[in-house]
Design a protein around this ligand. Structure first.
Ligand code: SF4
Length: 427
């Protein structure tokens, strides 16, 4: 039986999806690509934006129309309602139970049930948010390890902390063991993920301490990538850990706005001066790292002056890419009915300005990389050409011999391509 997972949203969702696929593979199911026709499609949803929710609904309907049975889970699952008779919903709090589903389906099918009946008869098993521990990954050449879930902040626009609940973390000893298992399985790059990664055990040393303990246990060739780092808990220990060669020179910071007025209005727990400090610290420990950020256009209280302040900050700090989100008020958040937000037309114009700025900043970053020696993970081969991603997060075409998927290589950036990828000669 063919199974696929369609994932929306963050790296944490991707990580959880890969563990689910791993469980199906181990139980004898055939894993197909997320765009291939499949008997069972698991849709792992996201509720960060209304666009992500609409896309989930659209894709669920499409998969049903194509004849698949669809299992819906993830941050938006609880709000999906009745959508199609071939859809079964597993609420977010029970998502990890899907790891036991493949065995249940096998038993149910043997007893003569249909696939849909088997999903409907699936009952609760006891789970924790850290049951996801895949040892193989279908859609990625790197490994993902979830070490944190939930969030104790309450940013006024965010639904994620509402649906995911309070911050929880995987014990350090268990992380060291799981990383070792991934190294033994041959992974050279591991992405550490969480809802709010820098909230990891922040009352007892935090993410910095974890990394400083983990790094000496790694094989010399292992590289780590941090999925996203909320600014408020980036501290000196974390900066110290980022000095290590084991940490790729790639950081993703959800900046959202660089105006103190806007940050306070939406209950973010840091100031522009803190942002300035951590960006300069990250720059001081790595050679021109790729620092990307999320930025929200049109947050409440954002006037022309606050928007200009953000644009000026992004330029001055030479971010390498901006992930731009137009503010869309989410149900169950304090800002759902706010009146002090810019008009939609103004919000959309600002989002467009930020997208254009992102392309400009990426181009400038790329220009600075020409001729540099970088590490690159070989990911897949299409039309005879190997593709990969560099340590500093550039999409790359690889020129070299005997390249293997999932292996890290060193190479020199020889060319910047029109699609903002680079061509690398392996050495
Ligand atoms: S830090 Fe804020 S935006 Fe991020 S998950 Fe927590 S509440 Fe949501």
């Amino acid at each position: 039986m063919d199974v696929s997972v369609y994932t929306l949203g963050c790296r944490l969702n991707q990580c959880e999806s890969e563990s689910i696929l791993d469980a199906f593979r181990k139980a004898g199911f055939n894993i197909v690509g997320e765009n291939d026709l499949s008997d069972l499609v698991i849709v792992n949803t996201c509720t960060v934006t209304s666009k992500a929710e609409q896309k989930a609904r659209r894709m669920i309907r499409l998969f049903c129309k194509q004849g698949s049975v669809v299992l819906v889970t993830g941050c938006y699952a609880d709000s999906i309602g009745e959508i199609d008779s071939k859809v079964v919903v597993v609420p977010l709090v029970k998502k990890a139970a899907i790891l036991s589903l493949p065995l249940h389906i096998n038993t149910a099918l043997e007893s003569g049930m249909s696939l849909l009946e088997s999903l409907k008869s699936f009952s609760d098993v006891k789970t924790t948010p850290f049951d996801y521990a895949a040892s193989s990954f279908s859609y990625h050449s790197r490994a993902y390890l979830k070490i944190q879930d939930g969030c104790d902040n309450a940013c006024a626009y965010c639904r994620v902390h509402v649906v995911r609940g309070k911050s929880q973390f995987l014990e350090e000893k268990e992380i060291i063991e799981r990383v070792k298992a991934l190294e033994d399985a041959g992974f050279e790059e591991i992405v550490l993920t969480g809802v709010n990664l820098t909230m990891y055990n922040h009352e007892d040393g935090g993410l910095g301490k974890l990394l400083l303990d983990l790094i000496p246990t790694l094989l010399p060739t292992t590289r780590l990538r941090l999925s996203s780092m909320e600014p408020d808990h980036i501290d000196d220990a974390l900066i110290e850990a980022c000095k290590s060669e084991h940490l790729h020179p790639h950081f993703h910071i959800p900046v959202q706005s660089a105006s103190d007025k806007v940050l306070q209005r939406v209950d973010r727990k840091y100031s522009k001066s803190h942002l300035e400090k951590i960006i300069s610290q990250l720059r001081s420990v790595k050679d021109d790292p790729f620092i990307a950020c999320d930025v929200i256009a049109g947050l409440p209280s954002e006037g022309e002056a606050e928007f200009e302040e953000t644009v000026e900050f992004l330029k001055r700090n030479q971010f390498a890419a901006l992930h731009v989100f137009p503010f869309s008020p989410r149900p169950d958040t304090p800002l759902f009915k706010t009146k002090d937000k810019p008009e939609e037309r103004v919000r959309d114009e600002r989002a467009q300005i930020l997208r254009e700025l992102s392309t400009e900043l990426t181009q400038k970053y790329l220009d600075r990389q020409l001729g540099k020696t970088v590490e690159v993970l070989a990911e897949n081969r299409k039309a005879g050409l190997w593709h990969g991603t560099t340590g500093n997060y550039l999409k790359a075409h690889l020129i070299g011999e005997n390249i293997e998927r999932g292996k890290l290589y060193k190479g020199v950036i020889k060319k910047i391509n029109q699609d903002l990828s680079v061509t690398i000669n392996l050495i």
